[in-house]
Design a protein around this ligand. Structure first.
Ligand SMILES: NC(=O)c1ccc[n+]([C@@H]2O[C@H](COP(=O)([O-])OP(=O)(O)OC[C@H]3O[C@@H](n4cnc5c(N)ncnc54)[C@H](O)[C@@H]3O)[C@@H](O)[C@H]2O)c1
Length: 381
């Protein structure tokens, strides 16, 4: 059987992970083409996959390239829609990084193009593949905690400055905001575990720590405060990841509280703060018979039941899994290839990804307008 031939758009960092994973570790795939806007990234790409690989600076050339069966899009968020559309319109299978797009309308255009193309379309929502959330989903689906009525998620983004405020992520024009860019993972998990989508939201948020009055072109290695600044991004980083986190152009929020009502009246809350000292997520799900929660630090999922007055805890201990996102990234890559072979959907379907974007967009609309209640609408029929 011939391997699935893959092209990658945006070949560094996240895209670089996919290049290595598909080319070196997924037996049924090979990477044959790469697109990027930076020469050095294309050179490093060729160093990994070989000198004969096709490289280009034009995403339409990669999308249309004969001999490419499937394309991974791992460019910054504001390019996802146009590049994803080009891939679908060229009739190629698509693995599109999260968030699906930075507008709901953009997501709906991708859904429509997917309907026309009839190819496999998966998203980079790798948390759906994390063994920890698979255990939680099995427990909920078994009925052990009864009907889910409440869901609270606390997201401590301890390296928020590191990953989100020294580069393009910190500007609304590129991401729309971090409840969408970062929160789309957890909001999708909240939808996935409950099997219910949000119907309305209200949110509060502000820029409480990052941002400020430093020049937009100030780079940490050249800053007179680099030896005392707690956020200085020094060392082996490319310059575009070393912009000052306290520069003027930073206009996304770094501290958010979001409340949601999901279908069937489930009450849900999601908190995301980017300046906590530690980095993890707590997912707490309460049903009519009990509750469960995860602990990312000791790799456990704990269930407490009302029947035994909360005393009969069962604790599921997971084994730390190798690879990004608690082992989820590897499983995502394999599911993508398996879906193409079997012509079936992936676990992380585009409709759900669109609904997670719709929540993020509605949440930003709410928090930028005094916390008003914003409905979350499904796509028009
Ligand atoms: N699923 C996950 O958990 C996960 C994790 C990390 C990143 N991501 C997503 O992956 C995407 C990339 O994130 P990153 O951290 O690798 O960003 P990055 O800035 O580190 O890398 C982006 C890459 O895209 C290239 N690029 C820039 N503009 C481009 C354009 N117009 N067309 C094509 N390529 C372009 C850059 O040169 C670079 O190679 C983002 O959408 C992000 O949300 C997802």
């Amino acid at each position: 059987m011939e391997p699935i031939r893959i092209g990658v758009i945006g070949v560094a960092n996240r895209g670089g992970y996919f290049v290595r994973e598909f080319h070196q570790n997924v037996p049924d795939a090979e990477v044959v083409a790469g697109m990027d806007v930076v020469d050095g990234n294309l050179q490093r790409f060729r160093d990994i996959v070989g000198p004969d690989a096709f490289v280009t600076k034009h995403y339409r050339a990669l999308a249309a390239r004969p001999g490419v069966d499937a394309v991974v899009v791992a460019s910054p968020d504001n390019f996802h829609e146009e590049q994803g559309l080009a891939v679908l319109e060229a009739g190629k299978h698509l693995l599109l990084e999260k968030p699906m797009a930075i507008t709901v309308e953009g997501c709906d255009r991708l859904l429509q193009a997917h309907n026309r193309a009839g190819v496999v379309f998966g998203l980079g929502l790798s948390m759906r593949y994390m063994p920890m959330f698979a255990v939680m989903k099995d427990i909920i689906d078994s009925g052990e905690i009864g009907d889910v009525k409440a869901y609270w998620c606390n997201h401590f983004v301890g390296k928020g400055g590191h990953f989100y405020f020294h580069d393009w992520h910190a500007v609304r024009a590129n991401t729309m905001g971090l409840l969408l860019q970062k929160g789309t993972h957890d909001i999708d998990i909240m939808h996935y575990l409950t099997g219910r989508f949000a119907t309305k939201v209200s949110a509060f948020g502000s820029l409480d720590y990052y941002g400020g009055d430093k020049p937009d072109d100030l780079h940490c290695p050249h800053c007179p405060e680099k030896d005392t600044c707690p956020e200085a991004q020094l060392g082996d980083w490319e310059p575009h990841f070393q912009l000052c986190a306290f520069r003027r152009e930073v206009d996304v929020e770094d501290n958010h509280v979001l409340i949601m009502e999901l279908e069937d009246g489930i009450k849900a809350a999601y908190q995301e703060c980017h300046f906590t000292p530690d980095y993890h997520r707590d997912h707490i799900v309460i049903g009519t018979k009990g509750r469960l929660c995860n602990n990312e630090q000791d790799w456990t999922v704990t269930v407490k039941t009302r029947q035994n007055h909360g005393l009969s805890d069962s604790v599921h201990t997971l084994h730390p899994t190798e690879g990004g996102h608690g082992g989820g990234d590897v499983l995502l890559c394999r599911d993508f290839i398996g879906a193409i072979r079997a012509n079936r959907p992936l676990r992380n379907d585009p409709y759900s990804a669109r609904m997670a974007v719709a929540v993020g967009v509605a949440a930003h609309e709410s928090l930028r307008d005094g916390g008003k209640i914003v409905p979350v609408e499904p796509p028009a029929a």
